[in-house]
Design a protein around this ligand. Structure first.
Ligand code: FAD
Length: 467
């Protein structure tokens, strides 16, 4: 840290997303005098304002709409005249955002953290200028997060050609939404608008959706989405996008290039990835090193190459996830307080909140094969789980990968109902270095979806009971 003992603050955190506000709170708990800079009108960053939380509000609401429309009748619940009130749905989403961001403001106050409003530039180690006003701190943590990237020559107006931000605030259900990029954000927001009545086509460059997730899960997911009525154009790339008023013409070609077609859409969602926010921070003048992807380069202690300046969250390497940023927020505060925190980057769960949900932790089969690790597979379908049947949600499975010799759990890949919640048990087990047998020998309540985890764990030793 900076040697300036007369500094106004022990710590200035730049950015109040899940990385920044968590770092600020933990540092305050540990006795530091902390300020957090945020340039937006509200706290909470991407996650609370235009990311995790609003997307889950719309995913939940649209799922209820679809259930009322299509699925409840199969359970003998007849709902007549199901209608969509999109304005109301959007105001539910806004209310959720407002309650959450107000909660963060309360937490900052409770922890006596100063919210410095405005845009921060680091003028020297220990010096932060906020819209022209100078502040000093012994330590600076950059947590400026990430923003959507677009495609070359594509003009995003957030109405007809949108990023995730515009896709969360549409005032009308699109006729045809073309989603460019079949990653997590594309499949989640594509699902929202498909459920609400849009025709949705997902164009993905890779030969499958959700690259990075287990291949078997991703192939099974693609089939389910197609069954739901979404159009998938896998192994296709966008050649050009032309706007004619409200309509966009998107010319795509298959990889290999012998087939071209043109799609027209009233809304195009560009979800091809996110990039770190490093502009305007004064990093170049300070000589802060960036890596090959433009992220702030840090060592294992989140230190940049400039003494007293640290970085965490989406702006550094690693998965761009809120819970990863939060773990780093706690860790940096504890490091600064002289503690020895530890983050196991191999145990950060990844979740897709579609229907069915997808969740993973640890290694995929593809990675284990590439690393020549010998593993056994335990797999259990939700169609053989009593609770899933009772819920009429039998699609998907739990797959546990265990070391062939020791039975230690190396990874888990789930697709099915409530998998976003189910995965936590396996993350916890792995965090304790559990074998699949440890999970299998644990009594799970009946009838619950979690029994599928127990059965998959038994399956790694070919001992499943219900299959
Ligand atoms: P951010 O949350 O991006 O916060 C950075 C903050 O810094 C911003 O508020 C910004 O205004 C501020 N800032 C930047 N520069 C300055 C400056 N110079 N001065 C002052 N303030 C500045 N992750 C999940 O884990 N689960 C999900 O379900 C999920 N869903 C998502 C859905 C969508 C549509 C999107 C876009 C993202 C989603 N994410 C999800 C990712 C998640 O939002 C990010 O990983 C997370 O917000 C990163 O936190 P952060 O603190 O690093 O940065």
């Amino acid at each position: 840290a900076n040697q300036n003992n007369d500094a106004e603050y022990d710590l200035i955190v730049i950015g109040a997303g899940p990385g920044g506000y968590v770092a600020a709170i933990r540092a305050a708990q540990l006795g530091m005098k902390v300020a957090c800079v945020e340039k937006k009108k509200t706290l909470g960053g991407t996650c609370l304002n235009v990311g995790c939380i609003p997307s889950k509000a719309l995913l939940y609401a649209s799922e209820q709409y679809e259930a009322a429309h299509k699925q409840l009748a199969d359970l003998g619940v007849i709902v007549k005249d199901v209608k969509l009130d999109l304005a109301k749905m959007q105001s539910h989403k806004d209310a959720v955002i407002n309650a959450n961001v107000a909660g963060i403001e309360f937490l900052l106050k409770k922890n006596k953290i100063t919210w410095l409003k405005g845009s921060a530039t680091i003028t020297a180690p220990g010096q932060v200028s906020i819209d022209g006003k100078e502040h000093t701190a012994r330590t600076i943590v950059i947590a400026t997060g990430s923003e959507s990237v677009s495609l070359p020559d594509v003009d995003v107006d957030e109405k007809h050609v949108v990023t995730s931000t515009g896709a969360l605030s549409l005032e009308k259900v699109p006729e045809h939404m073309v989603v460019i990029g079949g990653g997590v954000i594309g499949v989640e927001l594509g699902s929202v608008w498909h459920r609400l009545g849009a025709k949705v086509t997902i164009v993905e460059y890779f030969d499958r959706l959700l690259p990075g997730f287990d291949k078997e899960v991703s192939l099974s997911f693609a089939k389910i989405l197609e069954k739901q009525g979404m159009q998938l154009k896998l192994a296709h790339k966008v050649e050009k996008l032309e706007r004619k008023g409200k309509e966009s013409q998107i010319t795509i070609s298959n990889i290999g290039g012998d087939h071209k077609e043109t799609l027209s859409a009233d809304v195009v969602l560009v979800s091809v990835g996110r990039k770190p926010v490093t502009q305007g921070l004064g990093l170049e003048a300070l000589g802060v090193d960036l890596d090959e992807k433009g992220r702030i380069q840090t060592n294992a202690q989140f230190q940049t190459n400039i003494a007293g300046i640290y970085a965490i969250g989406d702006v550094i390497a690693g998965p761009m996830l809120a819970h990863k940023a939060e773990e780093e927020g706690v860790a940096i505060a504890e490091l600064l307080a002289g503690k020895k925190p530890h983050i196991d980057y191999g145990l950060i769960p990844g979740v897709v909140y579609t229907d069915p949900e997808i969740a993973m932790v640890g290694k995929t089969e593809e990675v284990l094969k590439a690393e020549s690790v010998e593993y056994s597979v335990g797999k259990f379908p939700f169609s053989a789980n009593g609770r899933a049947r009772a819920m009429n949600q039998t699609e998907g499975f739990v797959k546990i990968l265990a070391d062939k010799r020791t039975n230690k759990v190396l990874g888990a890949h789930l697709i099915g109902p409530h998998c976003s919640e189910l995965i936590a048990e396996i993350v916890l087990a792995m965090n304790f270095g559990a074998s699949a047998e440890d999970i299998a020998l644990t009594c799970h309540a009946h009838p619950t979806l979690t029994e599928s985890i127990k059965e998959a764990a038994l399956g790694t030793q070919k001992r499943s009971i219900h299959m």
